[in-house]
Ligand binder design. Sequence first.
Ligand SMILES: *Cc1c(COP(=O)(O)O)cnc(C)c1O
Length: 462
Amino acid sequence: MNYISTRGVAPDLTFEQAMLTGLARDGGLYVPSEVPAMSTGEIAALANLPYEEVAFRIMRPYLGDTFTDDEFREIIAKAYAGFGHAARAPLVQLGAGHFLLELFHGPTLAFKDFAMQLIGQLFQTSLTRSGDRVTIVGATSGDTGSAAIEAFKGLDAVDVFILFPHGRVSEVQRRQMTTPSEGNVHALSLTGHFDDCQAKVKDMFNDFAFRDEVKLAGVNSINWARVLAQVVYYFTSAVALGAPHRKVSFTVPTGNFGDIFAGYIARKMGLPIDKLVVATNQNDILHRCLSTGRYIPDGVIPSISPSMDIQVSSNFERVLFDAYGRDGSAVSQLMDELKGGGFTVSQGALEHLQALFLSGRASEEETSATIARLRETTGELLCPHSAVGAKVAEDHLDPAVPMITLATAHPAKFPDAVEAATGIRPALPPRMADLFDRDERVTRVENDLAEIEQFIRGNITN
Ligand SMILES: *Cc1c(COP(=O)(O)O)cnc(C)c1O
């Protein structure tokens, strides 16, 4: 299987190349040339298997000959060994026909661990074999950076530098980035906003001399390997509720469209998903686009679900590519229009999208009220992102089809919003209860490219 760019110009790549490259050279995103189908019998056979075995069966067809079966099994085993729940992604029930898929039992308490832990092991195995090394740089508003540092710490083929906006991430998120002591991971606290961090990362990739010198690589949410890792829990949860003999629906708290795109892939592979619902907070560009066809960014308003505060939802390009019949030049044109302020999806493409996705938004008040109400009626404490999902899911319940809402972070990762809604300050799981006692290691940097590049040059390990 090859990987092709959504802009139709960059060369086709293997799985390994697409994983190590991230963004295509024509600015596009890599997608598989075809999506492998699973038969009803193959899906039914997933019932009651360990998470790792399902992960192997779902992802194996996408890898080509990048890894042997034994290598890949070992990669998966290492990736999920550090999770705090034997089921990895357990389901709990919220109400009649409504279930919560807990994706927050990984080492940094957010669903991003599912993809990042796997990609850490994929990189390490691939680079060890080739004798190469890379330097990963990333910008974060909190969850991606902590997941990346946790996934790559101590791996000898990789150095990691994460830029986060000084004073603008939660204390739990900061400590998750600053307390790992391994010498190959570095948290850089930058004077500025998240957008400044992201701009600096972009500048480094555009500084070709620097990029080649330190062998820059990226692991942001457009990396295909990250999407692939997220396909697995759609299968484990749907099968637990009776698929393929019964349909299920999903509601997904959405920002960059990576998580829900994985659900779209699961359905393409043959999983009988009825509704796939995009849930947004007050930054509702995706909900507006799916309703009207107009994709026009108009400024992020900070919310209590900050990991969904997005302007430009990068993975949306992947589904646009399919909606436009895999016409890379049409996608290129939309992305050019986006630079000029926005675009309108064609009528045909909009109908295609509306047949695939439903959508809804939850206001700040609705999100807080949902956290409080579910605490009372179920005893569950939801993080604000998961609560956005639960609220939108409730608007789409159908007595005939179970609904699964993805819980994307642990409530203790966003304790202020949860406490404001319920009066209860959620506790960290026992295995990380000492987070606030651990020593922090962080480098303060100015919003200055030369200074940041100099720091990276001086701190790469080989
Ligand atoms: C990243 C994140 C999201 C959004 O996921 P996307 O794949 O970007 O749509 C939602 N909730 C939490 C807690 C996150 O960290």
